[in-house]
Design a protein around this ligand. Sequence first.
Ligand code: HDE
Length: 698
Amino acid sequence: MADPAGHDDPKQEQLERWRVAPEDTRLTTDQGIQVDDTDNSLAAGERGPTLMDDFHLREKITHFDHERIPERVVHARGSGAYGHFRLHESLAEYTTAEFLCDTSLTTPVFVRFSTVAGSRGSADTVRDVRGFATKFYTRQGNFDLVGNNMPVFFIQDGIKFPDFVHAVKPEPPNEIPQASSAHDTLWDFVQLQPETMHMMMWLMSDRALPRSYAMMQGFGVHTFRLVNAEGRATFVKFHWRPVLGTHSLAWDETQKIAGKDPDFNRRDLWDRIEAGDHPEFEFGVQLVPAEDEHRFDFDLLDATKIIPEEEVPVRTVGRLVLDRNPDNFFAETEQVAFHIANVVPGIDFTNDPLLQARLFSYLDTQLIRLGGPNFPQIPVNQPVAKVRNHHRDGYHQMTLQQGQASYHKNTLSGGCPAVGGEGSYTHFQERVDGNKIRKRSASFADHYSQARLFWNSMSGWEREHIVGAFRFELGKCERKQVREGVVAQLNHVDHDLAVQVAKGVGVEPPTPGIAEGHGRTSPALSQDRAPADSVRGRKVAVLAADGVDSAAIAAVGEALTEAGAVCEILAAEDGFVQAANGAQVEVTRAMPTVASVLYDAVLVPGGEVGVRALAQDGDAVHFVAEAFVHCKAIGALGAGIGLLERAGITGVRFADGDTVSDAGVVTAEGDASGFTSRLIEAIAAHRHWTRDKDHVPA
Ligand code: HDE
């Protein structure tokens, strides 16, 4: 089977034998017996009792009763897709992992994106870390890169993970709040565990609110090792970079989306792939020679630290394309089992104590979640490499192992499966020597320098968003001492930040002088620098009513669609609107079924009569005002400008003859020449965060 780019795809070939289509089939029991009636139970007479003989009823109900499995203890809410990884620069100098050496290979992958704290049915757009887990089905076996969209973590040692997760999850007495970190237990944990501070800066930043799974970075977080043919090891950090840039939603918007469309990111991923607008990510590595292990002012084994890109550049060596939606959510996305210990020859671990605990946890958790040791046989989990071993039996064993010998060594099966040979995994021979102690290394002690580096590297609007997030979250904490404790911690990061947060949450501003300003920045950390040159997959709402200028819709709409955007025509009611020239314009969606928060941009075409109708429609006025407040691109043509004025977006018409009245607001009175390209540019910029929007109620 070939992928959309025409390459052979051994994983899809393997999955093909498990796929079952409903066409031309008849309903049967699990035993293959054809069923004559599945709507009425077998009963003794029309009003009589149901009979035990009804094996179909019993089987149907029993299977239904057992449909649910435990959700993941963290990362329960997720969405997956298949895709392909292609290498364009060989890393053979550093590793023997074939898929990182041979640039002619295409490696099939399955990726699952997720939120962390919420339950399976929680909303996508909550403030949270996002999981970015990739299973590479390599010819040497499965390699799982189980990462996040933030490059650091809350804790340094895995033994704190249950404590941290208990603190962030809903509180025990009442299971409130769902999928939210804005509550006392999390922030109580934070105030007492200063190693969380760097990650909390990321979590309070816009990184926690991705616009799309196709617009967020991914990080392996830990330092891993690459090992080459000579046995030489190089430290490595893994990176994913979205080709569309790293872009985020506005906080107010995410909260509204959570109600309007809780599946927002899931739907976006699905729709992009269905539309052929395949999410793409560049794969990069930061390489650190073994002899440089102690070169940094932090410890490479400390997962609360990044290696600033300015110190060790990210080398881009490959690309991931997601191009196929799963056939069945449960069978694939729910049953996929990632495990950080799934590595191929040439990739090895380090002694990062967070990573070490993960090496235990993932296999252990799958045993309860997927009900026994044979989950690697579930189709989505099967490697494309051959599996041969002496593992036997257990629940749901699918393999018909032949032969008498299920032990090594044996003569009865000719000594097979044999051990070793070319391509066998050998562990890196690290020398380890030490006393058994429970003690955090002194090299892990600095919890504030990189939190400060992050803050220093933010642009003005990013800082505003961070302060707003801290104020929101701490403002939800009932206990004043928790708020005070966190402000005290923030004062170690940056005094100005601490004061701004303190003011918002009714806490006495701390005294200056605790934080040692190192003045360093890492420009790569700011989203202000994200590529913003494409409208691929951007959703544009075109507001229409009877009397609309249909020619403008056609001309601008066509240009936007050609550039890769998705235009939807919204009107008060579904069906058609009658254009000014008498033409019928088909409505994509009725306005009451959607909301401006579900779009990236708004276009108000001209047409005097149509615009007058929109100006009297509260939904339409609110639509534009809200898009303005969320800093989205807004285009208005001719009479359409009137709707912007009605919405309270001031200074539009009379901006000293200039047609652009505000960042990202694009207008044209008569001749629309240049309008479309300016609008496209404004949409590609993603958001106009510096816009003065406080005067617009929405
Ligand atoms: Fe996980 N994590 N984790 N984690 N994690 C799980 O495994 C765990 C950590 C991450 O889409 C669980 O199958 C421990 C860091 C992702 O299926 C569980 C520790 C990072 C996913 C588990 C960590 C992650 C998980 C729950 C601290 C980023 C979702 C269900 C020692 C590098 C994978 C499951 C998917 C899932 C344990 C810390 C990422 C319980 C003990 C750091 C993306 O095994």
